[in-house]
Design a protein around this ligand. Structure first.
Ligand SMILES: Cc1ncc(COP(=O)(O)O)c(C=O)c1O
Length: 462
């Protein structure tokens, strides 16, 4: 039995998979300030038109340009690995596979879309990209992609992570990007928050507002904004993960996975792995698909489904999603990438259909799982990734109780070598389990009251 299942470069998928073509009930349209569906040209100050076309596309397959593949070959195809040592430790009949996205130069799945977005922006004549980052994985991925493609890059990094993870900022600087803590004094959105709450830990929502403001106020018209998750085109670019994994599972002699797991912040690494298999589920295959989030930021498991802005300053269109409200300031848990108030509308629609069954876990159980992983498989995972590992362990234990040979597949979204502070806090018993109090959810309902209602629509098949 091979522990690593490798594809040849010539076997790399040449098209991305667009789940919008196969959803039984489409996502609700994004709405503008007047409550009416937005048109593509309304997004033009923020994104280049070639990416807007992907955002609204309902074509099932979209070609990946060769020039993008040429950059991805630096680390793709990524290996599929079998977690044999964890299986042995758990004494489980389950076969646990994971897609190792930590191989990329910045160390996560994020460059799969960073490279694509930078390339399309360059094609469109754009010279500089702005963005937000939570844990710093996305910011460093975009910095890397912009350097390779010769674009400028400015990153607004959520203050709590800026302080907790100084090495991520250095990585961005090494790749030539400018990184500032958000809220900053460089934008109106940042200054307003600083005036009201000078010692705020920041949030992805605030950082997004700052990055969009810088892009749309550039008088040359050559700056655009780039988002690392949530939007349809970002999830599309990540489907290369699941498409590779499908071929690799076949090479390993597996007919299909029984359970698919991914941690979900905005939903991109989870969707990247899960969407190509969700197509099979839509066509009748029996697969349990589980996105995992922290109990501290329980968007999918406790928040209302509502129209809300993607950012704190309400600059983005209203998106139909599970949301804790755009004003939500998440507690400073260590999985910085899982602290976003909303969730990708495509993921939310799959939840509404019953295709996905979200789960939430507290950070203590996640770090316990990360330690088991490091002490069996060997690698030190990102705190975000530990959520997927923890559920993989739960499911492997369940398979043992049931005496079933299940095939479990999860996404190893990134390494944790820049996130050792969290491990230190855990080892020193300084980490606490945290459950978001109901009062925070009531605040969310309050924020969302004034927006159009988002109806939960489903076909009733699952
Ligand atoms: C390693 C890692 N995994 C997961 C995530 C969550 O993001 P998404 O849900 O878009 O994959 C992040 C975000 O920063 C991350 O850095």
């Amino acid at each position: 039995m091979e522990q690593k299942i490798q594809l040849k470069e010539s076997d790399i998928p040449r098209q991305w998979y667009n789940i919008a073509a196969d959803l039984p009930t489409p996502v609700l349209p994004p709405l503008g300030p007047d409550g009416k569906p937005i048109t593509p040209d309304m997004l033009a100050p923020v994104f280049p038109m070639n990416l807007i076309e992907q955002e609204v596309s309902t074509e099932r397959w979209i070609d990946i340009p060769d020039e993008i593949l040429n950059i991805l070959y630096r680390w793709r195809p990524a290996p599929l690995k079998r977690a044999v040592y964890l299986e042995k430790w758990l004494d489980t009949p389950a076969r646990i596979y994971y897609k190792d996205e930590s191989y990329s130069p910045p160390g996560s799945h994020k460059p799969n879309t960073a490279v694509a977005q930078a390339w399309y922006n360059k094609q469109f004549g754009i010279k500089k990209l702005t963005t937000e980052t939570g844990a710093g994985q996305w910011g460093s991925a975009l910095a890397f992609a912009c350097k390779i493609l010769g674009l400028g890059c400015k990153v607004y990094m959520v203050r709590i992570s800026f302080d907790q993870k100084p090495f991520r900022k250095i990585m961005m600087n090494v790749w030539g990007a400018d990184c500032v803590a958000s809220p900053s004094d460089q934008t109106n959105a940042g200054r307003k928050v600083l005036e009201e709450k000078p010692d705020t830990p920041g949030s992805l929502g605030i950082a997004i507002s700052e990055a969009i403001e810088e892009a749309v106020t550039d008088k040359t018209g050559k700056t655009r904004y780039s988002l690392g998750s949530v939007l349809n085109h970002v999830l599309l670019h990540q489907t290369i993960i699941g498409l590779e994994a499908k071929k690799q599972l076949e090479m390993a002699g597996e007919k299909k996975p029984d359970i698919i797991i991914g941690c979900a912040g905005g939903g991109s690494n989870f969707s990247g792995l899960a969407f190509p298999f969700t197509a099979d589920k839509i066509n009748g295959e029996d697969i349990e698909i589980i996105p995992v989030e922290p109990t501290a930021c329980p968007t999918m498991t406790r928040a209302p489904f509502a129209y809300d802005h993607g950012d704190t300053a309400c600059m983005t269109p209203l998106l139909a999603m599970y949301t804790l409200g755009h004003a939500f300031i998440p507690p400073p848990i260590h999985a910085g990438g899982l602290r976003y108030h909303g969730m990708a509308p495509l993921v939310c629609q799959c939840i509404n259909e019953g295709l996905f069954k979200p789960r939430s876990l507290d950070q203590v159980e996640c770090y316990q799982s990360a330690l088991i992983w490091a002490q069996t498989e060997g690698s030190i995972c990102a705190p975000e990734t530990s959520h997927a590992i923890a559920v993989a362990i739960q499911e492997a234990k369940k398979a043992k109780e049931e005496g079933k040979e299940k095939v479990i597949l999860f996404n190893y979204s990134g390494h944790g070598l820049m996130d050792l502070n969290g491990y230190q806090a855990f080892l020193n018993n300084k980490l606490e389990a945290f459950e978001l109090p109901d009062s925070e959810l009531e605040k969310a309902e309050d924020v969302l009251k004034s927006y159009p209602k988002a109806e939960i629509r489903k076909s009733g098949k699952w």
